[in-house]
Design a protein around this ligand. Structure first.
Ligand code: GLU
Length: 363
């Protein structure tokens, strides 16, 4: 436990561990302990109300000796998660005199990798799509064989992410149904987009066997597309995305392909919402003007019951107390409000975060 959270006094750590196990584990997972496995069962699992743990006994003890090191798992360096993790780490590192916390970020394979890293104690925080958080909490999708992940806690949610389908203009792909017979990247297995693309294809009635399926990280998919080795890729990402902007400015013309006619998605999966990509961000794309329709989820920050409350409190507090500075660090954060950062969470809120939300009158 807490292999990489070092520096808090032994007594404080023990106290936090007991409190957290009691608080976070009991607070939300009872109602989420369905062993459901399929999409139909997902629809029956309501997005659970976040059940708050008791905040009474969360002492805030920061050591003056050795610093506490925390690592935030992000995504590929070309995505929005990587700079988002950097922005979060910055906020708390600026107050190292107060908290004695040193936060660093790690480039990773994405949401699924991060959730598993947090659960294993290799990461203290991770960025993860809200749908993947939901699935881990309920023991679905990648967590089906392991069951509900009771250690998982949420901290806050962040920017909206859209399931984005980008295709070369000369591939002739204008609709999700045109993917048949094409070379399509559905995302690396550790990513959030992997399941999103499977869900979209399934809703469109496309069998994987009808396409040439590639499963690589977004950054590699972009390189392959530019090199003519791929016709299209799925990427669940916030907009504007620097990586996608770059591909729209490349020599090979690309377009955003709408994902429409997939309404069963919203019936089967409670966490998906209709979403649009604003083309004002991508003037170099072959499709001009009109927003491109698709569906999306929210990005969230997750942690584990093993991470001490003062650490989670410090991160939550510094991001929220310096909200305008934080928001200005990423164009994808433009729609964020403090209130919206408490929406779309299915894992119980970590007591350290909850303590701040109570103090700030947000809960
Ligand atoms: N949503 C992607 C994932 O979960 C990451 C997007 C990003 O890096 O901004 O893998």
């Amino acid at each position: 436990m807490m292999a990489r959270v070092r520096g808090l006094s032994a007594v404080a750590v023990l106290l936090f561990s007991v409190l957290l196990l009691a608080a976070c584990t009991d607070s939300g997972n009872d109602q989420q302990s369905s062993s459901g496995t399929g999409a139909g069962q997902e629809a029956e699992l309501q997005q659970p109300k976040v059940v708050l743990a008791s905040t009474q006994a969360v002492p805030l003890v920061y050591t003056t000796g050795k610093p506490t090191f925390v690592t935030i798992g992000t995504g590929g360096i070309s995505g929005v998660y990587y700079p988002t993790g950097g922005a979060i780490a910055n906020m708390v590192n600026l107050k190292r005199d107060k908290y004695n916390i040193r936060a660093t970020v790690e480039a990773t394979g994405g949401s699924v990798f991060n959730i598993n890293g947090v659960l294993a104690g290799d990461l203290q925080f991770g960025l993860a799509q809200a749908d993947r958080q939901f699935q881990a909490v309920h023991g679905l999708a990648e967590w089906q064989s392991r069951g509900p992940q009771k250690k998982l806690c949420s901290v806050f949610s962040l920017h909206p992410e859209t399931v984005t389908l980008v295709a070369t203009d000369d591939s002739g792909i204008r609709d999700i149904n045109d993917l048949k017979g094409k070379r399509v990247n559905i995302g690396n297995p550790g990513s959030g987009q992997h399941q999103n693309s499977l869900d979209a294809l399934n809703a469109a009635g496309i069998d994987l066997a009808e396409m040439e399926v590639v499963e690589v990280k977004a950054v590699k998919a972009i390189r392959m597309l530019e090199a003519g080795e791929l016709d299209a890729f799925f990427y669940t990402v916030g907009h504007p995305s620097a990586a996608i902007l770059k591909v729209t400015r490349g020599e090979r013309k690309v377009r955003f392909v709408p994902i429409v006619g997939v309404d069963t998605l919203f019936v089967l999966h409670p966490y998906y919402v209709p979403s649009r990509i604003n083309m004002k961000y991508y003037p170099g794309a072959a499709n001009k003007g009109e927003d491109v329709e698709s569906f999306g989820v929210k990005a969230t920050l997750v942690t584990s019951t093993d991470v001490p409350a003062p650490v989670v409190y410090a991160i939550t507090r510094e991001v929220l107390e310096n909200f305008e500075t934080f928001k200005a660090q990423q164009p994808a954060f433009s729609g964020l409000t403090k209130k919206s950062m408490l929406q779309g969470l299915s894992a119980p809120i970590h007591p350290g975060a909850e303590k701040y939300y109570h103090e700030a009158g947000l809960q």
